[in-house]
Design a protein around this ligand. Structure first.
Ligand code: FMN
Length: 169
């Protein structure tokens, strides 16, 4: 299954990228770093159709599984990632063909916080968005980095998650 990891951190080489590197050890995947893209917030008049959003969406359509990796910012997904999800609205209202092509694809989500406790309901937007878009939701996992490196528990949890949720045939 052709897989892409979509990293939504405000820094390209931060904690979320350490989780991304761990995922890549367990599964063959390309990486899209949203921080390197110019994706404006959604506007009702679709004012930013010439930014990086549509090319990014067209790139993603080449993959069967999209793994969203976001840091926990204020108990929620990062603003960069939320902007990306908001902009999918453009694909439902204007570029409808792109929106339709998401149907049947697979989505999973991974958070990276600073502590082990998971925010209640954190993954609801991912799960519900997948359902709304007709994508198969393959599940989610909370990870955390307290010091500079992921703990053995995080590494083990990730390995299990990859085997059970991301290895789809
Ligand atoms: C703006 C901001 C808000 C944050 N809010 C939370 C939070 O609500 N809960 C939490 O556990 N950690 C929070 N953190 C810590 C980050 O989730 C944590 O350090 C994460 O691993 C950072 O990943 P990054 O290096 O990819 O940004 C916050 C960090 C930032 C910068």
């Amino acid at each position: 299954m052709k897989t892409i990891i979509i990293q939504g951190s405000s820094r390209s080489k931060g904690n979320s990228s350490k989780i991304v590197e761990l995922i890549k050890k367990g599964i063959q995947a390309d990486v899209l770093d949203l921080k390197t893209k110019t994706i404006h917030p959604f506007t009702y008049d679709h004012a930013h159709m010439d930014d990086d959003f549509l090319p990014t969406m067209n790139l993603l359509l080449n993959y069967d599984l999209m793994v969203f990796v976001t840091p926990v910012y204020w108990y929620s997904m990062s603003g960069i990632m939320k902007n990306f999800f908001d902009r999918i609205t453009d694909c439902l209202q204007i570029e409808k063909d792109i929106g339709r092509k998401l149907r049947g694809k697979n989505m999973a989500a991974i958070s990276c916080g600073s502590e082990s406790s998971q925010v209640e309901g954190f993954f609801i937007p991912f799960r519900e968005s997948a359902g709304y878009l007709g994508m198969n939701y393959q599940g989610d996992l909370h990870t955390w980095i307290e010091d500079k490196h992921p703990s053995q528990m995080v590494i083990n949890n990730l390995q299990t998650f990859i085997q059970q949720n991301l290895t789809i045939t």
